[in-house]
Design a protein around this ligand. Structure first.
Ligand SMILES: O=C(NC/C=C/[C@H]1O[C@@H](n2ccc(=O)cc2)[C@H](O)[C@@H]1O)c1cc([N+](=O)[O-])cc(O)c1O
Ligand SMILES: [Mg+2]
Length: 214
């Protein structure tokens, strides 16, 4: 029983990145994934698109589904406006433990809440637990078969408002066909595809941005 990949990723952050410097944390993870071990972070190329959407929305309230090691959590949190807050849902306690340390190394722990458990269990309780009225921004990057049921649940729970921006990773690879069909056909969403590549590879992938119209 040695270390896990998330633990080795965290060690690379602690050895290479400067405490409190979120850019160096992002760079350390990208370096680790390019030169040591591939990992399923959104990565630098799709991360640049994520950055531009987050900057455009400038969310006061943001939700991430699927924390993993906290790479996209750091990318989002470093761009939040004053008073902005990010809730990120993580099912695996070992991943959550690593993510909390990565987020703390970046100095962003005050803007982020890592919540452990299944998205389907937590979404109906976010309002009462965290005093959330609705989300300005949602990043989907967890199990691909949960994208569609979870946005339907967010709709039902009234956690989306006119103009809420959803951004979904991996709509090509591994792919989220049912989600993609839904947001592109539904009258309740205005969708746009940002073509890119699977993190750290030349394979095709992309992000789907969908604005909720209410
Ligand atoms: O499978 C992928 N992602 C699944 C991510 C799942 C993450 O979401 C959490 N979660 C949190 C809450 C839940 O309710 C359920 C799971 C899991 O504990 C895990 O941390 C994936 C795969 C590739 N790939 O190239 O193969 C590339 C990618 O960018 C990917 O995102
Ligand atoms: Mg992904």
């Amino acid at each position: 029983t040695g270390t896990t990949r998330p633990q080795r990723l965290l060690r690379a952050v602690q050895e290479r990145a400067t405490r409190g410097d979120s850019e160096s944390v992002i760079a350390a993870i990208d370096h680790f994934c390019r030169h040591q071990e591939w990992a399923m972070n959104v990565g630098d190329e799709k991360g640049f698109i994520l950055d531009s959407v987050v900057s455009e929305v400038s969310p006061q309230t943001a939700l991430e589904l699927g924390t993993y090691c906290g790479y996209s959590t750091v990318r989002i949190a470093r761009l939040l406006p004053p008073g902005g807050h990010l809730i990120t849902l993580e099912f695996n306690p070992n991943y959550a433990a690593v993510a909390r340390q990565v987020i703390a190394w970046a100095g962003l722990e005050d803007m982020v809440q890592v919540v452990e458990g299944a998205s389907g269990d937590w979404i109906p309780h976010l309002r009462e637990h965290f005093g959330i009225e609705s989300f300005d921004f949602v990043f989907l990057d967890h199990w691909k078969e949960l994208y569609l049921p979870d946005i339907k649940l967010l709709e039902e729970c009234g956690l989306l408002r006119k103009g809420t921006v959803l951004l979904a990773d991996n709509v090509i690879c591994p792919g989220t066909p049912d989600y993609l069909e839904y947001v592109r056909k539904s009258q309740s969403y205005e969708s746009h595809y940002f073509g890119s590549h699977l993190e750290y590879t030349r394979a095709e992938d992309g992000l789907e941005k969908s604005v909720y119209l209410g």
